[in-house]
Design a binder for this molecule. Structure first.
Ligand code: NAD
Length: 426
C-alpha cells in the first residue's frame, strides 16, 4: 500500500508520542479488540479532508503577521462534521488532526448524528487585541468557508475561542452565504445560541463524574475535587461540583494554582481572578504549581486544560481515587497504563467532555427548526444522554474486563465502523 502523510505508524506507547499518535494508539487498540479488517482501519485511522491555510493579519500597529490555520474533517460516516476551533500556540496539523479524530469517537459515543472535525489557528490569543482577534476570525472563516456548512461541517468554540468568536464566524459566513445561524454552535444566545451551552461541557463533566462515583463507591457529598485549568470547562466544572455538594480544593490556570484543603471559596475566587490576574495568588488558598496540583491528595482529579499533562514522570504520584479527563488527551498512553496498574480509574475525554458537543447538537437542532428550547429541557436532555453513555461505558468495561477508555473506544469505533460499512465506504 502507498504511504500517505497522515497514515498512523504502529509504534510503542511513549510520552514522546505526538497527540495524533496517542489518539491513533487508542484507536488501534479498539480496532484490534473489534477485529476490524485492514481496509476499515485505513479509512478510520486517517482524515477525510485536511485544509491548511495562511492567514495574513494586519496588526493594530500596522505590521503584517502571517498565521497558520487548519480545518480537518476526520470522518463523516455518522453525519456532518462537527468540532471546535482552537486558538492556541500549539495548534498545528498534528494536534488538530488528533482532536478531529477524537471528535469522531466522542460524537459516536454520546450518539449525536455527527462526524468528527476540528479547527485551529496557531496563535497566542492572549496577546492579540479584540480587533485583531476579530480580523483573524473573519479572515479564517473566509478561508475555510467553502468546506463548512450547516449540513457539512459545523464549528464551535474550543481553547482560546468563545461565544464572541462564534458570533464573528457566523457573521462572516452570513455575509457571503446568507443568514445561517446553524453554521456554528456555541453562539451567544441572542444570535441563536442555546441556553446552557456555555456551561455544558463543565456540567457534563460533573454529570458523568457523579455517575462514576456511584459505580465506584465514592461519596460525592464532600468529595475533594482538584481541577487543572480554570477556563470555560474548569470554571463551570468547579461551580457545578460545588453546587452539587463536592468540595473544590484546588484550581489553576496557566499562571499556576491555588489550593485549600477545606474547600475554595469559589464566589470570592470568581471576583478575584480576571483575564490578566491568575488564580495562583488568591488569598483564600496556598499557591501551587500546575505540576503540584496534579499530585495533590484528592478524590477526583480533573485535568481541564491541555494535553499530555499526566505522563510517565508523574503518573506514579497521582494521589486521586479517580481521574476525569475534561481536557482532550491529558493522559499519555504510558501514563494511562500506569494509572490502570495502580487501579486508578480514568473517565476518558471522549466521554467526560462530551457535554459540550451534546448541547451543540441541541443548538443545531434549534437553529434548523427555528425553535428555542428552555434551559430545563436542555439540561434534562444533556443529563439523559450523559448518564446513558456513562452507563454503557461502565457496563461494557465490566463485561469485557477492559479499562473505561478501552470500553469507550470500543463502543465508538464499533458504531462508526458499522455506519461506514452500511454506507458502503468499505
Ligand atoms: P479555555 O481557553 O477557556 O481555558 C483553558 C484553561 O487552561 C485556562 O484556565 C488556561 O489558563 C489554562 N491553561 C492553558 N495552558 C495551560 C498550561 N500550559 N498549563 C495549565 N493550564 C493551562 O479552554 P476550555 O474551552 O476550557 O478548554 C479546556 C480543555 O477542554 C481543552 O483541552 C479543550 O479541548 C477541552 N474541551 C473544551 C470544550 C468546550 O466546550 N470549551 C469541549 C470539550 C473539550
Amino acid at each position: 500500500m502507498a504511504k500517505t502523510e497522515n497514515r498512523p505508524r504502529a509504534i510503542e506507547p511513549s510520552d514522546d508520542m505526538t497527540p495524533f499518535e496517542a489518539a491513533t494508539y487508542f484507536f488501534h487498540g479498539a480496532a484490534d479488540r473489534l477485529g476490524l479488517n485492514e481496509e476499515m482501519r485505513e479509512v478510520l485511522a486517517t482524515s477525510y479532508r485536511e485544509l491548511a491555510v495562511q492567514i495574513p493579519l494586519r496588526m493594530d500597529d500596522g505590521r503584517m503577521v502571517v498565521y497558520r490555520g487548519f480545518r480537518i474533517q476526520h470522518n463523516g460516516a455518522r453525519g456532518p462534521y462537527k468540532g471546535g476551533i482552537r486558538f492556541h500556540e500549539s495548534a498545528d496539523l498534528d494536534e488538530v488532526r488528533a482532536l478531529a479524530a477524537l471528535m469522531t469517537w466522542k460524537n459516536a459515543l454520546i450518539d449525536v448524528p455527527f462526524g468528527g472535525a476540528k479547527g485551529g489557528v496557531q496563535c497566542e490569543p492572549g496577546i492579540l487585541s479584540q480587533k485583531e482577534l476579530e480580523r483573524l476570525t473573519r479572515r479564517f472563516t473566509g478561508m475555510i468557508g467553502y468546506i463548512i456548512g450547516v449540513n457539512r461541517d459545523i464549528p464551535a468554540p474550543d481553547m482560546g475561542t468563545n461565544a464572541q468568536t462564534m458570533a464573528w464566524m457566523m457573521d462572516a459566513y452570513g455575509q457571503k452565504y446568507g443568514y445561517t445561524p446553524g453554521i456554528v454552535t456555541g453562539k451567544p444566545v441572542e444570535l441563536g445560541g442555546s441556553p446552557g451551552r456555555e456551561e455544558a461541557t463543565g456540567r457534563g463533566v460533573i454529570i458523568c463524574t457523579r455517575e462514576a462515583c456511584k459505580r465506584l463507591g465514592i461519596d460525592w457529598r464532600g468529595a475533594r475535587v482538584a481541577i487543572q485549568g480554570y477556563g470555560n470547562v474548569g470554571f463551570w466544572a468547579a461551580a457545578i461540583a460545588a453546587e452539587t455538594g463536592a468540595k473544590v480544593v484546588a484550581v489553576s490556570d496557566v499562571g499556576g494554582g491555588t489550593h485549600n484543603p477545606d474547600g475554595l471559596d469559589l464566589d470570592a475566587l470568581a471576583i478575584y481572578r480576571t483575564d490578566s490576574v491568575s488564580v495562583t495568588d488568591f488569598p483564600g488558598g496556598t499557591s501551587v504549581t500546575n505540576e503540584e496540583l496534579l499530585e495533590l491528595e484528592c478524590d477526583v482529579l480533573i485535568p481541564a486544560a491541555i494535553h499530555g499533562v499526566i505522563h510517565s514522570g508523574n503518573a506514579s504520584r497521582i494521589n486521586a481515587k479517580m481521574v476525569v479527563e475534561a481536557a482532550n488527551g491529558p493522559t499519555t498512553p504510558v501514563a494511562d497504563a500506569m494509572l490502570n496498574e495502580r487501579s486508578i480509574p480514568v473517565l476518558p475525554d471522549i466521554l467526560a467532555n462530551s457535554g459540550g458537543v451534546t448541547v451543540s447538537y441541541f443548538e443545531w437542532v434549534q437553529n434548523i427548526q427555528q425553535f428555542r428550547w428552555e434551559l430545563d429541557q436542555v439540561n434534562f436532555e444533556l443529563k439523559k444522554r450523559m448518564t446513558k453513555a456513562t452507563d454503557q461505558v461502565f457496563t461494557r468495561a465490566e463485561r469485557e474486563g477492559t479499562t473505561l477508555r478501552d470500553a469507550a473506544f470500543d463502543i465508538a469505533v464499533e458504531r462508526v465502523a458499522h455506519a461506514a460499512e452500511i454506507r458502503g465506504y468499505v
